[in-house]
Design a protein around this ligand. Structure first.
Ligand code: MG
Length: 454
């Protein structure tokens, strides 16, 4: 795939992402799709309306009608697509800075398009073969203003509303000025929570914080938890398909720890879960304890979706899956990451005991990272050969899905060339700093000595 990456196509507006490009994506998608109606949605970015107009024109020009959903979380858009059995175009750059925007394409089953389908659309973009409609057959556009309400109602019907309401929780919420601002505050109130918010007005300038929900961007939320004596802090990214948490003391919970806690709660023996090849030892330990399989894919949500579908075809139950960035799938609910749903599932756990206790078993893990730079391709080749040899000889289970991951049972190390910089990255994780350092240094020594031999 040249145009679409593992999370759609994104770029800086006016530079790598233009209305002309989005118009062509829409014409190509409208040509490939058999549907005569397509949903269009966007997040809160200032450039969203411009790109919605471009996409609408593109679809109409190939004879496709448009349902314009307005500003909605990505999971609300995909729910609408599934409900109506129509494909969708979502204008969002997820957690990127405000100058970015992007396009995500959704199938009529409410799941992101597979790599095959994206490649068919790419072919039409590149060859400019479009089914241009005659003047009396162009599509029309109508506004749909119920997508958020319908989404919220479905959420309420799907989670354990009673258990959450009975716990009388106070929640501090930071939707980061994104599309979640329009749904999650009301959703949490309807679940019976007392809700306090920060950065909760939709604003594509993201004035209060950067859109990525990582601890350094959540200081306001941590303060709000302390100031309001909240039981939990919840933060979303710009399109609200991720949720990360702050415990009742105002301390950020790593996405790896919340994923492990959710997996421990919802996995049963014989189930499988899917994560990316840089997955934390926390999830490895949970799977070991539960007796569930852990399947690893290359990094990126599209790869996880593909693997979950494969497991389904084999008759395997996959109740929970995801990466350590707050993007958790509950595939039996829907094969999409859904920030409000993730938050509610975590609330089901917090209804029983304090957030800090929910994640306590997953707190004491240590990560070590080492980068080794190179200038010539021969150095990279030598290091990768050394990694291959190291993996073969190590007393560990190797996984070469994306780089070289060695699982030692109690700890792991991953050697992987950076996709963007001339560096080989080495990651290690264990339950003690010494163990993680030992594994990272062991792999680094093997690579360094290969460089010395050149
Ligand atoms: Mg997102």
């Amino acid at each position: 795939m040249k145009l679409f990456g593992s999370s759609g196509t994104r770029g800086v507006v006016g530079e790598s992402l233009t209305p002309e490009f989005v118009l062509r994506v829409a014409k190509a998608a409208g040509t490939v799709w058999t549907a005569d109606r397509v949903a269009i949605a966007r997040d809160t970015r200032t450039t969203g309306e411009m790109f919605v107009n471009a996409a609408t024109s593109g679809l109409a020009s190939v004879g496709v009608d448009v349902d314009d959903l307005g500003v909605v979380p990505t999971p609300a858009a995909v729910r609408y697509c599934e409900d109506q059995s129509i494909p969708g175009v979502v204008i969002t750059a997820s957690h990127n800075p405000p100058e970015f925007n992007g396009v995500k394409l959704v199938g009529e089953d409410g799941v992101e398009l597979s790599v095959d389908e994206l490649e068919r659309i790419e072919d039409h973009i590149l060859t400019e073969e479009f089914d241009v409609a005659a003047w009396d057959e162009v599509g029309t556009c109508r506004s749909i203003d119920t997508a958020n309400d319908d989404y919220r109602e479905e959420l309420l019907a799907t989670v354990d509303r009673e258990a959450i309401a009975e716990a009388n929780l106070t929640i501090a919420l930071d939707p980061g000025h994104g599309a979640g601002s329009l749904v999650t505050p009301d959703f949490l109130r309807e679940l019976g929570c007392e809700v306090r918010t920060v950065n909760a007005q939709p604003d594509g300038h993201f004035p209060g914080r950067e859109s990525e929900p990582v601890p350094e961007n959540l200081r306001d939320l941590e303060r709000l938890v302390r100031a309001t004596d909240a039981d939990l802090g919840i933060a979303h990214d710009g399109d609200a398909d991720r949720a990360v948490f702050v415990d009742e003391h105002g301390d950020s919970i790593s996405g790896e720890a919340s994923l492990a806690a959710l997996a421990a709660a919802f996995l049963e023996p014989g189930d499988a879960t899917v994560s990316a090849v840089n997955v934390s030892q926390r999830l490895v330990d949970v799977c070991e304890e539960v007796g569930a399989d852990l399947e690893l894919t290359p990094i990126g949500a599209t790869n996880l979706i593909t693997r979950i579908r494969d497991l389904w075809r084999a008759g395997t139950n996959v109740p929970v899956a995801g990466e350590g960035n707050g993007g958790v799938f509950f595939p039996n609910y829907r094969l999409v990451r859904d920030g409000a749903y993730i938050a509610a599932k975590f609330l089901e756990l917090v209804a029983e005991r304090p957030a800090s206790e929910v994640v306590a078993p997953y707190q004491d893990y240590f990560n070590v990272r080492i980068n080794i730079e190179y200038t010539e391709e021969a150095e990279l080749t030598a290091m990768l050969n050394a990694a291959d040899e190291y993996a073969t000889e190590a007393d560990a289970t190797p996984n070469t899905t994306d780089g070289y991951r060695l699982d030692y049972g109690d700890a792991w190390v991953l050697v992987r060339p950076s996709g963007t910089e001339p560096k080989v990255r080495i990651y290690a994780e264990g339950r003690s700093e010494e163990r993680a350092t030992e594994l990272a240094e062991g792999a680094a020594d093997a690579l360094r000595s290969a460089l010395d031999d050149l």
